[in-house]
Design a protein around this ligand. Structure first.
Ligand code: DQA
Length: 155
């Protein structure tokens, strides 16, 4: 990464994701949120990003965090809004203002679970979508975003 400016990657977690480690391990694994964040920070650093992490259980706060990203700018965003994924048009509208490429990540394989989890109201805003791969899915998202940015920079 010598000579390249450090890029900012935001990692946004929504409702109930602070309870990782206590939620059904068959879907969500055993990692806690701080452990997952540390993993993403390290994976992001390896691709030249400084990762900044945010979690909230409050939808309005989540929206305001996205507004901050819109105002201050960022190079990439990874978002796992939890259940908000499936119905929050407020979060969708906020994410629509983000200029940086967005990766939507889910720990569990949402497409194979209950009907209501199969719908994502943010899907069409995401340049990258990964689900069902646990923490590795976040690493995959970091790599895909880094590759996408590198490609855009070259063209
Ligand atoms: C989740 C999947 C959602 O359906 C669920 O509501 C979550 C977590 C996931 O990471 O698999 O809270 O986003």
């Amino acid at each position: 990464m010598a000579g390249e400016a450090v890029k900012t990657l935001w990692l946004l977690h929504g409702v109930n994701l602070d309870m990782l480690g206590r939620r059904d391990p068959a879907h969500y694994g055993l990692l806690t949120l701080p452990e997952l964040e540390a993993y993403v920070v390290a994976r992001a650093a390896a691709r030249g990003f400084t990762a900044r992490c945010h979690h909230t259980n409050h939808e309005g706060e989540f929206v305001e965090q996205i507004h901050e990203i819109v105002r201050d700018g960022a190079d990439a965003v990874i978002v796992n809004p939890g259940a908000w994924t499936h119905y929050s048009y407020a979060i969708r509208d906020a994410l629509e203002m983000v200029e940086a490429p967005i990766a939507e990540v889910h720990l569990s394989a949402v497409e194979g679970r209950e009907e209501w989890r199969r719908r994502s109201v943010i899907a069409e805003l995401a340049a990258v979508r990964v689900s069902g791969k646990g923490r590795e899915g976040y690493g995959e998202a970091v790599d895909a975003l880094a590759d996408l940015i590198a490609l855009r920079e070259r063209s």
